[in-house]
Write a protein that binds this ligand. Sequence first.
Ligand code: HEM
Length: 484
Amino acid sequence: VKRTKQHGRQPPSPPGLPLIGNLHQLGILPHRSLWELSKKYGPVMLVKLGRVPTVVVSSPETARQVLRDHDLDCCSRPSVEGARKFSYNYRDIAFSRYDDYWKELRKLCVRELFSTKQVNLIQPIKKTEMKKLITSITESASEETPINLSETFLSLNVNVVCKASFGVSFQGTVLNNEKFQGLVNEAIEMMGSFSASDFFPYTGWIFDRFTGLHARRERSMRDLDAFYEQMIDLHLQKNREDRSEDDFVDLLLKLEKEEAVLGYGKLTRNHIKAILMNILLGGINTSAITMTWAMAELARNPRVMKKVQSEIREKIGENKKERIISLDETYQLNYLKMVIKETWRLHPVSPLLVPREVTSEFKINGYTIQPKTRLHVNTWGIGRDPQVWKDPEEFVPERFMDCDIEANGQHFELLPFGGGRRICPAMYMGATTVEFGLANLLYQFDWKLPEGAEVENIDMDEAFGLTAHKKHDLLLVPVKPLDL
Ligand code: HEM
């Protein structure tokens, strides 16, 4: 262990190479490589990513020290090239530094968009979209054709988020569904991709141009920007007949017009677009990814699939043609909630959480953490640690039966929404979207594998970006049960 008078005791580090440090050890799925390294170097590990010192914590105890005990010392965000572009220069919530602007903006969004009251207000929209989806799946069921569930969940959430937050119907904008899905996936990959510019501040941009990353980012950003512009134009048009009440975009535009001050300055059009970017990318994909992983695990574990469906059908009762389970009814679905927690344990949407930046020195397990250090919590590793979980690779929702672990940031064994001041502000919105969506689709349909596919062969490959989604689309065949 290195010790210098000035810096105290530094966390253990795997040996690195000159200049690139440990960058070559990250691989294509950094959360997995870092988890392997932490088995050797411990739950507080210092890696050098190019020139950037990065601490990775990988146990519930060290995550508690970061997210609870020293939250205030490390709840800022680093400047990250991918995020800079997509956040209109860090003007959003997710990548903004820890400052008054972030505090005020987050408060505004929680009040106007993420609160329980607001979430309950959008239930009718969710119900309508779910009804449409069930009708379309019923058609596929009668023809026994497989459905691409990854796409289905994404477009369900796109429709809900666009209507609920932006007050517009997604159809009829510059983007069609197919293009949109590609765009969202691309943007998320770009935001998360470890970019050379981040690790080699003066020369990295050369690599990024060479690898094409720069051009991909520019393209993706241009398309999203056009989408926001169009949406804002729609809101600015007078005499719109399709809406009676102001929505969140109207509220932001009103604040812009009034030259409202948030933290350090006036709210501008770029601030608005950055906020919309968070809602769009944060709001749609996260829940869709969780739902896709849950269905993939259920398809792989027929025992659990059967049990969760029995619970839903017994508790909700008879299915009168296309009856939608409401959010109020999902509170009684305890086993479903365990299935979702188990999905988050094995497939956290953001396996390394969003990177934090240390602003004042503190200690974890006696090791000194310096200001400007980048910090990751490896929630993926924590979820698979045999010291925390029995048979960690097995999908067993019952493990949550007699334990009080909740996914609310208070229990450091399970952190799908992160924790501390930066915890996902839309936790309730995200969790209810997942519960509502899965409850209804499992109630209405049985799901079987496409012809020729075997349970043992369902692939569970991950693709890494800022989020870890299922790499290959999930295809399942819906079956309308006879007794429903
Ligand atoms: C199942 C659904 C969701 C999951 C699993 C999830 C997960 C997360 C995670 C892990 C973080 C980072 C926390 C940290 O750094 O400690 C986060 C932050 C964030 N999420 Fe979510 N999220 C979900 C739904 C949503 C939704 C629906 C929205 C918006 C409509 C949203 C907006 C945000 C924003 C704005 C942040 C940044 C917070 C900050 O830095 O202050 N999320 N989310």
